[in-house]
Design a protein around this ligand. Structure first.
Ligand SMILES: [Zn+2]
Length: 315
C-alpha cells in the first residue's frame, strides 16, 4: 500500500511540476521570448503541418458544394431559454463564454451537431492588421471566432483530443462609420474588464444572427488548428467571406484593453492579438460559393440570353 501511495504522490507531484513548467513557459503575441515564433518550442503541436491561421490564396481555392449551415438557437425566435454570456479579459483576448444549447450543423460538417462554447476576438493596433486569416495577403482590422465542439464527444475538453473535435466559425471584422448596434452592449462592457481576469455578464445575450453577416453561404473550409497554444490540429475551419462591420470607435475599445492584471507594475497593451499565417503545406482550401456563385451563374445565363436575343434580332 505504501508503494502505491508513494507512486500516487509521485504522479501528483510530477503532474503539478509539469503544469507549473507549462504555466511558467506561457505565451503571448509580443515579439519576444514568449512570442509566436517560440510557441513550437514549448508547445510541440504549434510546429505541426496543419496549423492555423493561413493566407487563403483565392486562385488556389477549390470550389465545393458543401451546402448551407443549419443554426439552432442563433435567431431571436429560437434563442435557448437558459442562454447566458459572460465577457472575460483573459490576458490574450476578450472571450465571451456561452451557456445554452446553441448548435451548428450541416455544411459538410458530418452527421453530428457542434455546440457553441465561446466566441472571442482578434484585433490589431491599426486597421491594416488584426485578423488571423488573410485573403490573398490582405488582413482585416479584426476577426471573430465562434468556437464549437462536436457533440459526438461528451464535452469540450474531451473533444480537444479528437481530430474532428472542434469547428470554428470565423468572421472578419471590417470598419464602417456607424457603430455595430447589435454588438454595442458587448462593447459597452469593455471599459469594465480592461485588465486580465476581469469579467462581466451581458445582461441580455446578444443574438448571433443579428450580428452575423447576411450571406452565410459563402465561406472557405479547411482543416487546421487552434491558433493559440497548444495549437491542437482538431479544427474544421469556416472562414466567411462577408465581414462583420464595426466602427473605428468600437475597435478603439479593444485597443484600450491590457494583457496584465490591474496591480501589475506596468501595463501591456492588448493589441495585435493575432498569430502570423502558417504554411498551407499539402492542404486543400475549399470554397462553398453559395449565393455569390448563384448570382454569378445567373448573370452568365442572362449574358448568353442577351447575346442570343441580339443575334436573333439582327437576323
Ligand atoms: Zn481565435
Amino acid at each position: 500500500m505504501e508503494t502505491r501511495a508513494s507512486t500516487c504522490m509521485c504522479v501528483v507531484v510530477c503532474v503539478a511540476a509539469l503544469l507549473s513548467i507549462a504555466a511558467a513557459a506561457g505565451w503571448d503575441y509580443l515579439d519576444g521570448a514568449k512570442g509566436p515564433s517560440t510557441w513550437a518550442t514549448n508547445y510541440e503541436t504549434c510546429g505541426g503541418m496543419k496549423q492555423s491561421p493561413i493566407d487563403i490564396v483565392t486562385s488556389k481555392v477549390v470550389d465545393e458544394d458543401l451546402g448551407d449551415f443549419t443554426f439552432v438557437g442563433f435567431g431571436e425566435d429560437d434563442e435557448p431559454v437558459d442562454a447566458e454570456m459572460t465577457l472575460e479579459n483573459n490576458g490574450h483576448s476578450i472571450v465571451v463564454g456561452v451557456t445554452g444549447d446553441y448548435q451548428v450543423s450541416g455544411a459538410g460538417l458530418g452527421t453530428t451537431a457542434y455546440k457553441v462554447v465561446q466566441f472571442h476576438f482578434h484585433w490589431g493596433s491599426v486597421n491594416s492588421q488584426g485578423s488571423e486569416h488573410t485573403i490573398d495577403g490582405k488582413a482585416y482590422p479584426g476577426e471573430l471566432h465562434v468556437v464549437c465542439f462536436n457533440t459526438k464527444y461528451a464535452d469540450f475538453v474531451t473533444a480537444l483530443n479528437e481530430p474532428d473535435g472542434l469547428t470554428v466559425l470565423g468572421f472578419f471584422l471590417d470598419v464602417q462609420a456607424a457603430d455595430n448596434s447589435v454588438l454595442a452592449p458587448l462593447f459597452d462592457l469593455l471599459s469594465m474588464i480592461r485588465f486580465e481576469h476581469e469579467e462581466e455578464d451581458l445582461s441580455t445575450p446578444v443574438v448571433f444572427k443579428n450580428f452575423f453577416p447576411a450571406d452565410l453561404s459563402s465561406y472557405y473550409r479547411y482543416s487546421g488548428s487552434l491558433t493559440t497554444p497548444p495549437c491542437y490540429e482538431i479544427v474544421t475551419w469556416n472562414v466567411f467571406t462577408e465581414p462583420i462591420m464595426v466602427s473605428e470607435a468600437q475597435l478603439m475599445l479593444f485597443r484600450r484593453q491590457f494583457a496584465n492584471e490591474q496591480d501589475a507594475p506596468a501595463n501591456i497593451s492588448l493589441v495585435d492579438t493575432f498569430r502570423p499565417v502558417e504554411p498551407v503545406n499539402d492542404r486543400t482550401i475549399y470554397m462553398n460559393s453559395g449565393t455569390a456563385a448563384l448570382v454569378a451563374s445567373y448573370s452568365l445565363i442572362a449574358m448568353v440570353l442577351v447575346k442570343v436575343l441580339a443575334s436573333v434580332l439582327e437576323d
